[in-house]
Structures are given as structure tokens and as C-alpha cells.
Design a protein around this ligand. Structure first.
Ligand code: NAD
Ligand code: AHE
Ligand code: ZN
Ligand code: ZN
Length: 369
């Protein structure tokens, strides 16, 4: 079938909105009509060329709201017409990771998901006979995509796909980081570095966890109104101070916060986020992803004296079993998504979504097909 897609032919090039070919679903696969997709900073990270796993040409995109169009042989849990969110971390239900309550990192098809192939080692996208790589097992910057059944969360069809698509990554990651990874307790002090879709969702999670004080940090003060509206108690612009942001936060909290979250992908900020936590018990959670060759650093003394460094992928959420509950929480008003959608546009304008993100002018752009 011929479809329209935004193709990343090479790093650092604008996406090319063009017609490509897509093959139907093979065994265990599902063909989806993409109704809407968010644009996450990780898409920009891979397009930048800094992602060691980035494979080109590819169809990026991993925050999809989709409808099942056709199922391949052996697919038993989905049927045409079902509403689904693709998962970049699948849930096979059988591997040792799925069996563990300590992780969501199902490894059943990880070797192909992260290298741009379907589980059988082939690809479904091509143009003029040249194969095109998949991305994070989702490739939602296309009118149609093919995703393995084990990487699809079936959701309530009452949920608007142009909103709950953001539960495919950003919002779930931020909330899950607080509730599943850091396990913030009531009354805690929390510092959130970076107020994009992820950081603002961390604020939502911190409110759900009944944190006592939530300090929101961004170099763009234009993000502060939204942060306050979602529950931040204090806002800090690192540029307003003559000392490091770590010192500002330690002063504000008389010794440091209980929990911090890095939602930028900046290894220098990751260090500040660790070192602004309280001696003896502070926990810093890394959410941001950083490019090939970049490393985090601190003095071992920071850990010796009781601080913990953690990290999270998709907020520790097991997608097939737990994501439908996030959709219900949105429908019941317990999760805010609508204010996060600051821009809506068609696929032909997708490069503008990347520009807005780089200029820190959007929270989330949603592409509607
Ligand atoms: P975004 O671009 O929407 O937001 C980033 C924010 O950080 C912006 O508001 C920007 O102004 C701010 N910022 C930039 N530099 C700063 C600095 N030095 N100090 C303070 N603020 C600064 O990005 P996003 O979509 O929210 O994603 C954030 C990060 O999380 C990215 O690295 C992304 O790749 C990563 N991510 C990780 C996961 C995961 O599962 N671990 C999931 C989604 C996104
Ligand atoms: N390819 C990068 C890592 C990218 C990464 O960490 N991805 C996150 C999701 S970001 C969503 O916006 C993730 O879940 N990773 C799990 C995994 O197994 O890779 C690199 O540095 O190589
Ligand atoms: Zn993402
Ligand atoms: Zn598994």
C-alpha cells in the first residue's frame, strides 16, 4: 500500500514528507492507522545523529494514537477497529523481565526494536525498492505503521486519540518516574530539571504522590506558568543566579531535596540534579537521554554520603497491562493531558514541530492525520 510518511533520510536533515510503500502485517504483527502522534525530544535526539542506535533512512515517531486496520496470522488479542497505543517497550508476558515486578524492560524483541527492524529481522517500509528502518518499534510519523501485537496496549475507544497519544511516551514517563521509579512519599521535596512534556509530567506525578514542595527549574521562564498550574510550588531560572543551580536549591531547602528528576538529557545538569539532593537519603532519577560518548560524573563521596542515582525508561510502566489504566485516569480527570498539547498540525508541518521544540516554545506538538 502507498502511504504518506515523514522520512528521515539522514541525520540533521529536515524530515521529507513523501509517499512510501508499506507491506501488510506478517505473523504476530498488526497494521495500524495512525490517527495522531506526539513529537518527543527523543525523536529530535535521534534525528540529530547523536543516538548511537539511530539507523537511517527511518520513519521516526513513538507517541501514537492508532486504530487497528488489519491483523496478521496468529494475532489473538486484537481485532480491526480496536484503539491502541504502540509501545516502544513491549510486554511479552513471558520473559524474565516481564516476570519481574522490578522492571518494565521486556527484552523479548529488544534486539530488533532498537536496531530498526521487525522481530523477524525484516522491514515493512520502503521507497522505490529501498528499505526504510522502523524506529523504536513504533514509527508513528506515517499514515499507517506495522507493530508487533506484544507492543500494543488496547485502550478505551472513548479516549480521544489526539490526546492520549501522549501517553505513548512523555506523560506516562514523567508520572511513572515519580510513582514507580523514585517512589516519592507524601510530604517530600522534589526538584524537576527541564519543563518539557516530561518534566511537567513529573510535576503531575509529584502532586499525585502528595509531595510537599515541588521546585521547577528551566532556563526558559516561559515554562513557569504551566509548571505552577500543574502544581509546582517554586520556579527557578538558573540564569537568574550567580551561583550554580545546585547551590540555589540546597539553600532553598536547607540541605537539599529528597528527590530530583533530570528531564533534559544534559549530563552536566544530571550532576547538579544528583548533588542538589539531601545527604543521607536523596534520590536523583535520570530521565533525559544523552548522546553517544557522553558520560555522567560526580565525586564518589556524593554516593558514599547516601545519595542514590537512578534512571527510568517509560517510567517503569508495563505497557500492555498498565497503560490502559493511565488512559482511564485521563478520562476520569486524574491525569492532565490537554494543556500539554500546545500545538496541533498536519504531517506536512512536522518540521515546524521540531523547530518549536528546539526553541523551547512548545510543550507537545501533536500531528493529526
Ligand atoms: P523538551 O525539549 O520538550 O523539554 C526540555 C526542557 O528542558 C525545555 O523546557 C528546555 O527549555 C529545558 N532546558 C534545556 N536546557 C536546560 C538547562 N540547561 N537547564 C534547565 N532547563 C533546560 O523535551 P522532552 O520531550 O520533555 O524530553 C526531555 C528529555 O527526556 C529528553 O532527553 C528526552 O529524550 C528524554 N526522554 C526520556 C524518556 C525515558 O523513557 N527515559 C522518555 C521520553 C523522553
Ligand atoms: N538509543 C539511545 C537510548 C535511547 C533511550 O534511552 N530510549 C529510552 C526511551 S526514550 C523515549 O523518549 C528507552 O526506553 N530505552 C530503553 C532501551 O532499552 O533502550 C542510546 O543511548 O543508545
Ligand atoms: Zn519519547
Ligand atoms: Zn517480556
Amino acid at each position: 500500500m502507498k502511504i504518506r510518511a515523514a522520512v528521515a533520510w539522514a541525520p540533521q536533515q529536515p524530515l521529507d514528507i513523501t509517499e512510501i510503500d508499506i507491506e501488510g502485517p506478517r505473523a504476530g504483527e498488526v497494521l495500524l492507522r495512525v490517527v495522531a502522534t506526539g513529537v518527543c525530544h527523543t525523536d529530535a535526539f535521534t534525528l540529530s545523529g547523536d543516538d548511537p542506535e539511530g539507523a537511517f533512512p527511518c520513519v521516526l515517531g513513538h507517541e501514537g494514537g492508532c486504530i487497528v486496520e488489519e491483523i496478521g496470522p496468529g494475532v489473538s488479542t486484537l481485532k480491526p477497529g480496536d484503539h491502541v497505543i504502540p509501545l516502544y517497550i513491549p510486554e511479552c508476558g513471558h520473559c524474565e523481565y516481564c516476570a519481574s515486578t522490578k522492571t518494565n524492560l521486556c527484552q523479548s524483541i529488544a534486539s530488533t526494536v532498537w536496531t530498526g527492524y521487525m522481530p523477524d529481522g525484516t522491514r515493512r517500509f520502503s521507497k522505490g525498492g529501498e528499505p526504510i528502518f522502523h524506529y523504536m518499534g513504533c514509527s508513528t510519523f506515517a499514515e499507517y505503521t506495522v507493530v508487533p501485537e506484544i507492543a500494543l496496549a488496547k485502550i478505551n475507544p472513548a479516549a480521544p486519540l489526539d490526546k492520549v497519544c501522549l501517553l505513548g511516551c512523555g506523560i506516562t514517563t514523567g508520572i511513572g518516574a515519580v510513582l514507580n521509579t523514585a517512589k516519592v512519599e507524601p510530604g517530600s521535596t522534589v526538584a524537576v530539571f527541564g519543563l518539557g512534556g516530561i518534566g511537567l509530567s513529573v510535576i503531575q506525578g509529584a502532586v499525585m504522590a502528595k509531595a510537599g514542595r515541588i521546585i521547577a527549574i528551566d532556563t526558559n521562564p516561559g515554562k513557569f506558568d504551566m509548571a505552577r498550574a500543574l502544581g509546582a510550588t517554586d520556579c527557578v531560572n538558573p540564569h537568574d543566579h550567580g551561583v550554580s543551580v545546585k547551590e540555589v536549591i540546597v539553600d532553598m531547602t536547607r540541605g537539599g531535596v529528597d528527590y530530583s528528576f533530570e528531564c533534559i538529557g544534559n549530563v552536566e545538569v544530571m550532576r547538579e540534579a544528583l548533588e542538589c539532593t539531601h545527604m543521607g537519603w536523596g534520590v536523583a532519577t535520570i530521565i533525559g537521554v544523552a548522546g553517544a560518548g557522553q558520560e555522567i560524573r560526580t565525586r564518589p563521596f556524593q554516593l558514599v554520603t547516601g545519595r542514590t542515582w537512578k534512571g527510568t525508561a517509560f517510567g517503569g510502566v508495563k505497557g500492555r497491562s498498565q497503560l490502559p489504566g493511565y488512559v482511564e485516569n485521563y478520562l476520569d480527570g486524574r491525569i492532565e493531558i490537554d494543556p500539554m498539547v500546545t500545538h496541533v498540525m498536519g504531517l506536512e508541518d512536522i518540521n515546524r514541530a521540531f523547530d518549536l521544540m528546539h526553541e523551547s516554545k512548545s510543550i507537545r506538538s501533536v500531528i493529526v492525520f
